[in-house]
Design a protein around this ligand. Structure first.
Ligand SMILES: [Zn+2]
Length: 308
């Protein structure tokens, strides 16, 4: 079985993670623009960060046989710094048009402040102007209200719900999201309430239409193998194969393929890995022999799961 992790922050992960992900069957990832754990102090930090997720990180993933896409946007936390937010809004258009950018995101509400609302709306407007998809981060506090508000504003502004991905859902929000015709992403963090066990039951109850899972792995405690591990648990718990494939691969592809930037042929007909390749004069190697040819893996057997 093949997997897509449609929400993962690879720029804060290691090459070991890329190797384990490849071994577990992950063929493509989407890296949403987000914050860095501490606030950026000026727009230059944004410019360099956005340049890296459309550039170096995309290259780095390719060196391990994984196709990398990203979403571009101003996150809700940093929207609260108005001077920064204004400057970021001005530079977003130059990144939205880059190859491999599949949506405006992750955007939405954190505290739900008026200023977050202003920049959420401004970025939906950008998505409409550039005919792009939107990826929404729903708040961790007051999740249900924040989720409903995010969808209401998107609809009010004229976004088609089928072109909006609502992420970080749980059992309290999934019905609202599906009923309104949006895509429902579920982030599975290890040792938390919304983990793989609960996800199995969500799929058992709601089926697989417009539902998909992701890891949102970043610099915090998180698991870049959350998608394949959840798939394995679904299989063990008797979820039909077609629903496992839809929630761990097919639906994320169907949602983001609407961008025209993400196609299954990108990995089915992928060129083989060539670690002799450079990106602006730099490679991922530190004196190792370059791997050339079909992507090989150097993972522990435990990671090479039985999905073939
Ligand atoms: Zn994220």
């Amino acid at each position: 079985m093949r997997f897509i992790d449609p929400h993962i922050h690879m720029s804060s992960r290691t090459t070991d993670d890329y190797e384990r992900m490849k071994a577990a069957g992950i063929v493509a990832v989407i890296e949403p623009a987000f914050w860095l754990g501490q606030p950026r102090t000026n727009v230059g930090s944004y410019i360099d960060y956005l340049s890296s997720i459309v550039g170096w990180e995309r290259f780095r993933a390719s060196q391990f046989g994984i196709r990398h896409y990203c979403t571009i946007g101003l996150n809700s936390k940093e929207a609260n710094n108005e001077a920064l937010a204004e400057a970021v809004l001005d530079i977003l258009p130059r990144y939205l048009a880059k190859e491999g950018v599949v949506a405006v995101g992750e955007i939405g509400y954190d505290d739900g402040s008026a200023i977050e609302d202003k920049y959420y709306r401004a970025q939906i407007q950008l998505a409409l102007e550039y005919d792009m998809l939107v990826m929404v981060h729903t708040p961790h506090r007051d999740k249900k209200a924040g989720t409903v508000r995010s969808m209401a504003v998107a609809l009010e502004m004229g976004m088609a719900p089928g072109r909006v991905i609502i992420d970080h859902n749980n059992e309290e929000t999934v019905r609202d999201v599906l009923d309104r015709g949006f895509w429902a992403g579920f982030t599975l963090y290890p040792n938390t309430k919304m983990g793989s066990e609960r996800m199995v039951e969500v799929v058992r109850q709601y089926g697989s239409e417009r539902i998909f899972v992701d890891s949102s792995a970043d610099w915090g405690v998180s698991d870049p193998l959350a998608v394949p591990k959840t798939a394995r648990l679904m299989v063990e718990r008797g979820i039909p194969q077609k629903d496992v494939e839809a929630t761990c691969y097919g639906n994320a592809l169907a949602a983001y393929a609407q961008s025209g930037q993400m196609l299954e042929s990108h990995w089915l007909a992928a060129e083989s890995v060539d670690q002799r390749t450079m990106f602006e004069g730099n490679s991922v190697l530190r004196g190792q022999d370059p791997r050339v040819g079909a992507p090989q893996v150097r993972a522990e057997p435990a990671d090479a799961m039985a999905f073939k």
